[in-house]
Structure formats: structure tokens, C-alpha cells
Ligand binder design. Structure first.
Ligand code: MG
Length: 281
């Protein structure tokens, strides 16, 4: 496969990604997949999905866990509902993430990923140790399935993420770097953050966003690739300087407007293809 193959974020049922058919029409060589709902994570469905991928000549590069009850409505809601941080749902979600790892294995996929949620910045907060422990459990389960776990960035500054990864202390824990999330959540300049955590970055989301007037308090605004504040050329140049070796997975979360979503992803594919050429990848 070519270096830095372009991809798109897809969903079968749950999730904000495009359908596999759209990925196929767009002609991308790779996808990431939002894990389907529990009822559809069957060996039969895995087999059918694999056959479709093979037929389309598409490689699955990561399966993302997502959970019922998560909401990205605003920053406080994310903090309350997303990932492994909320106590009420933690045990069930940890178990579900292990099942998602098993489903990914059926799909021959060596990477699972998730938004772990708002890990407290203070390592002395009891929540920190709790989230650490379940992340270790998931890493160990993934390891037995021959997989790495990638943490999606955005909800913590680069230093916090680095400390968390070191404290988890597992050799199969890495990062899915989403530069737009740092802008959306107001957690840091994406290029600076990428330089800090770069050695752990094994996958990424090509997504763009504009800063909010009150970063960290109110959401920024997601934008079509190249029209936000990330700076795509600099983002790719930084990945290159870090020796990045993964796919470039486009994420555009406007599933309520499928026609616009597809058109904008098409534009993003052209932009990334041009930029790859320009910077000599
Ligand atoms: Mg993302």
C-alpha cells in the first residue's frame, strides 16, 4: 500500500461516520470503523463485512469503540457522559470495549481505539487511578487479541495525555491524534501538541475546526478540511518530521447532511492528495 493511505471514518449502524458504500464511491483505500451496536457484532456480520471490504479493496485500519449514552452536545455533557470516566457506566463499558476488541479480531483488525473521556488532570484525583486501571485491563485484553489500543486526543492537554500513557505502562497503548479536537475542546495548539506526543501517534484524524471565543468553555466549530485553524499543511509536515507511518483518516461529523458530508470528504481527499505530493510523501 502507498505511504499515508487516505481513509475515511465509517459507521455500520451506530456512530457519525459515513456508510461503507460512500467510502467505496469515494475510492479510498482504507477506513476506520465505528464499532456497530452489540446486537450486530456477530461472527456472521463480521464475515459479511469482511467480504464487502475485500470486494471494495478497502483495508480496515482501526475499530473505534463508542457507547450508548455518550453525548457530545457540549463540553460539560462530554465530561459527564463520554468514555470510561463516568462511574455508573464504567464496568459495563469496559466489558463492552473488550467485546469490541474481540469483534475487531474477527475483522482481522490490529487496532482498537476510543475516547477515554475527561481524565482528571490531577493524578491524585481518585478518578485518575480508576480510569488508569480499566485502561490497563483493556490494553491487556487487546494484547491477547494481538491488538494495540489508540486513545483519541482532545479532552486533555498533551502533557496530561503523556503522563496518562506513561502511568498506564502498557506497550500496546498509542494515540489516534485528532488535531481538530484540541481546537474544539480548547486544550491546546494542535501542532505543538503533536510534537509533544508524536512518538505515540500511530493513527490520526484529518479534521479541521475553528477556535471558540471561549476555548475550553464553549465548543469550537468543526469545519471542512483546510478551512479551519489546524493548518493542514503544517500538520502533515509535522507528521512527516515525526516519521509517521499510518493512514490519513478523514473525519467529518455531519451525518445529518449526507450529501454535503460526502462532497466535503471528496474535497478533503483531493486536498490531502495534493499536500502529500507537495511535501513529498
Ligand atoms: Mg476524531
Amino acid at each position: 500500500m502507498e505511504k499515508w493511505p487516505v481513509g475515511v471514518f465509517t459507521s455500520i449502524d451506530a456512530g457519525l461516520g459515513v456508510k461503507l458504500e460512500v467510502a467505496r464511491e469515494l475510492g479510498v483505500p482504507t477506513i476506520q470503523l465505528h464499532a456497530p451496536a452489540a446486537s450486530t457484532r456477530t461472527p456472521e456480520n463480521a464475515k459479511n463485512f469482511l467480504a464487502k471490504l475485500k470486494d471494495a479493496g478497502i483495508t480496515l485500519t482501526a475499530v473505534f469503540g463508542g457507547f450508548e449514552g455518550e453525548s457530545y452536545a457540549d463540553i460539560p455533557t462530554v465530561s459527564r457522559t463520554v468514555g470510561l470516566v463516568p462511574r455508573e457506566t464504567r464496568a459495563a463499558r469496559t466489558q463492552e470495549m473488550k467485546e469490541i476488541s474481540d469483534f475487531a479480531k474477527l475483522l482481522g483488525c490490529r487496532v482498537i481505539a476510543l475516547h477515554v473521556g475527561f481524565v482528571p488532570h490531577d493524578a491524585k484525583n481518585p478518578l485518575y487511578a480508576e480510569v488508569l486501571k480499566v485502561t490497563q485491563e483493556i490494553c491487556d485484553h487487546a494484547k491477547r487479541n494481538g491488538q494495540n489500543l489508540h486513545l483519541e486526543t482532545g479532552q486533555e492537554p498533551a502533557e496530561g495525555l503523556l503522563q496518562f500513557i506513561r502511568d498506564v505502562g502498557r506497550d500496546n497503548l498509542f494515540i489516534n491524534f485528532d488535531p481538530a479536537n484540541l481546537v474544539l475542546y480548547g486544550t491546546g495548539q494542535p501542532i505543538e501538541a503533536l510534537q509533544k506526543v508524536g512518538r505515540y501517534v500511530k493513527s490520526c484524524h484529518c479534521k479541521d475546526a475553528k477556535w471558540s471565543a471561549k476555548p475550553g468553555v464553549e465548543w469550537g466549530q468543526e469545519m471542512p478540511l483546510g478551512q479551519g485553524d489546524v493548518g493542514m499543511e503544517q500538520f502533515l509536515r509535522t507528521l512527516k518530521s515525526l516519521g509517521y507511518d499510518g493512514p490519513l483518516t478523514i473525519e467529518r461529523e455531519i451525518p445529518q447532511e449526507p450529501a454535503r458530508q460526502k462532497a466535503e470528504i471528496g474535497h478533503a481527499i483531493r486536498l490531502l492528495t495534493e499536500l502529500k505530493k507537495k511535501i513529498g510523501v
